[in-house]
Design a protein. Structure first.
Length: 344
């Protein structure tokens, strides 16, 4: 165990948490100042709950440092993003936070400029009240930064916790065929592509602008370029044949889907997996995983328009996985995220 390395990683992670927390406070302050015109999200004032969350953040960052030290993923997953891009995006994020709060005030959920989007109907809305929903380049450009502001810089470590769990579950460890569903702008794909030994890694999402940005980010300077593939598809209708992949996974996809679509994604994932292949996903915590956070789970979909979130938090996931034909099912949770793994 390398204590110096672990403490340096912890310091780096905590500095990101401090930065994004300051930005969150800034946006909250702005919303409150203009509250005659916009509606700020609910501010958490319960001191015991805030302390519980802060302790959870530190625990998560320490675990991330241990995982790196133990070699589950490489050190460069913590490499800071370009400060230039960060500063470049910030003014638009500040401006957009007011537009988001205005939509929240007016309860405007289908405020999309582009009527020609090819996507399932349930998706044609402003998830999180965000401008353009998932369907523009400008939304894609600021998405990852906005998520980190919301989660105080813990989204990236929460995502990559799944890497360790998958590595412990996989029977085959090399030349993997991997499929990622709902990959967004490639926030997890970058870390996953550095952590697994794969023959093919298919990165998919239903949103063209999000997938385009993922491609741009992963294809620049990635030594695995020729083995990365980008496919625009809905996760419930996969354009792949049976028994193709060793691993199918998603991050923060399921809470966005209606129940019937969640079930279809499970059966499609099962279909395209090889026998003994692993299905895994990371998503929001579910009700009673950490009872102290039930109030946070109840407030989130109200503040950040998430029409299917409540259903997801109550979803009998184990039952659905079993019904689909998965076995060796296990789950775990860390801070605000939950992880499910199963075998075909
Ligand atoms: C909350 S974001 C998560 C993105 C990414 N996995 C991450 O960790 O940041 C959800 C993503 O799922 C995509 N998505 C939503 N419904 C989908 C569906 N039915 N099929 C495929 N992708 C979908 C959205 O376009 C969006 O990029």
């Amino acid at each position: 165990m390398n204590k110096i390395l672990q403490n340096s990683i912890l310091a780096s992670n905590l500095s990101k948490t401090v930065l994004y927390s300051i930005e969150f406070k800034l946006l909250m302050g702005l919303s409150k100042t203009f509250s005659f015109f916009v509606k700020p999200p609910k501010e958490e004032n319960d001191k015991v709950l805030v302390k519980h969350l802060q302790e959870g953040v530190i625990k998560l960052h320490k675990e991330d440092a241990r995982n790196i030290d133990e070699g589950y993923y490489p050190l460069d997953v913590i490499k800071p993003k370009s400060p230039f891009m960060h500063l470049k995006n910030l003014p638009y994020i500040i401006y957009d936070s007011l537009k988001i709060s205005r939509r929240r005030k007016l309860n405007r959920k289908k405020d999309l400029e582009n009527d020609l989007i090819t996507a399932p109907d349930y998706l044609k809305r402003n998830y999180h009240f965000q401008t353009d929903g998932y369907f523009s380049e400008r939304s894609a450009t600021i998405y990852e930064h906005q998520v980190e502001v919301l989660f105080s810089g813990t989204a990236a470590p929460m995502r990559r916790m799944l890497i360790k769990m998958i590595k412990e579950k996989l029977k085959t460890k090399s030349s993997l065929k991997i499929l990622e569903l709902g990959a967004g702008v490639g926030s997890a794909s970058i870390d996953f592509s550095k952590s697994f030994d794969f023959e093919n890694y298919v990165i998919s999402d239903v949103s063209v602008p999000y997938l385009n940005l993922a491609k741009k980010r992963l294809m620049s300077k990635n030594k695995n370029e020729s083995r990365l593939h980008f496919v625009q598809t809905a996760a419930e209708e996969l354009p792949f044949s049976e028994n193709e992949f060793d691993l199918v996974f998603s991050i923060y996809l399921f809470h966005e889907l209606p129940k019937d679509v969640r079930d279809k994604v499970l059966s499609e994932s099962h279909r395209v997996l090889k026998k003994d292949g692993v299905f895994a996903f990371c998503d929001s915590l579910q009700v009673n995983d950490d009872p102290r956070l039930n109030s946070v789970l109840a407030q989130f979909p109200i503040d950040y328009h998430e029409p299917f979130y409540k259903g997801y938090t109550l979803w009998k996931t184990q039952e659905s996985l079993e019904k689909t034909g998965f076995h060796e099912i296990n789950s775990d949770h860390k801070l605000l995220s939950k992880y499910w793994l199963a075998r075909k």
